[in-house]
Design a protein around this ligand. Structure first.
Ligand code: PMT
Length: 219
């Protein structure tokens, strides 16, 4: 193993928070900045992998040498990821994907009329779960952003979504999760192994993750 341990491998990373339009000027979103996913894309590229970044809107610059596909909604991310799944060796799903979208997207800006309103939401497909069902030889890495029962919820996601590695972050901790420059994570594996990391930069988390991915790929 060395600087180009992922040479010849193809990787796909998702990043950022999807935006689900309500009308031409409004959307439902979340607080993901994209930093975690962009750091992973950079680390994969630096390790020699041909890297595709499927990104929801962010303010970040695409790391040098990385191919970026911009998307807005969960459905667009679903299409961008699923169409490329068969050609890649590893997928890392760091994006915060909206579980629901508005049932109706208004063609014109919604006007206020002083009354209260109810918004109907319909479920989005779970991209990671679909990859878990279709997986052949790919290494699949998921994230779990939890505000309670971190370990139990993360373990449940790992098994339900059939991933090879799950990165659990307690997003209630200061210096972890959405928007921060650092993260506090644990890596969980289906064989029961668990590695807990102290607070570190998202770039350092990305480097640890790339090392584990190389192990899982057997390189
Ligand atoms: O972007 P940053 O500001 O740097 O913040 C990083 C982060 C907190 C967003 C990141 O570390 C993280 O935890 N990303 C996953 C956030 C999330 O939506 O977690 P979840 O527990 O809701 O989803 C579990 C997994 O399923 C994730 O890998 C997610 O990408 C995937 N998923 C979820 C819903 C859905 N419809 N499709 C999916 O693929």
């Amino acid at each position: 193993a060395g600087a180009d341990w992922l040479k010849g491998k193809k990787a796909l990373v998702t990043a950022g928070g999807t935006q689900e339009p309500l009308d031409p000027v409004r959307y439902l979103g979340n607080r993901s900045s994209g930093r975690m996913g962009y750091a992973i894309a950079q680390a994969l590229q630096e390790a020699g992998a041909e890297t595709i970044l499927v990104s929801a809107p962010t303010d970040l610059a695409v790391p040098a040498g990385v191919t970026c596909i911009q998307v807005q909604t969960a459905l667009e991310m679903y299409d961008a990821v699923l169409t490329r799944f068969s050609e890649v060796d590893v997928v890392i799903k760091a994006a915060a994907v909206a579980d629901y979208r508005p049932a109706v997207q208004a063609e014109q800006k919604i006007k206020k009329d002083g009354t209260s309103r109810t918004l109907e939401l319909i479920p989005n497909p779970d991209i990671l779960a679909e990859l878990g069902r279709r997986k052949t030889s790919q290494v699949l890495v998921g994230f779990a952003a939890e505000t309670e029962n971190l370990l139990a919820n993360a373990q449940d996601k790992m098994h339900r979504k059939n991933v090879n590695l799950l990165v659990a972050n307690d997003v209630t901790k200061l210096g972890a999760g959405f928007g921060s420059l650092t993260n506090i994570v644990s890596f969980l594996f289906p064989d029961g192994r668990k590695i807990d990391f102290p607070q570190m930069s998202k770039h350092e988390v990305a480097q640890h993750l790339v090392r584990e991915v190389a192990n899982l790929l057997g390189v």
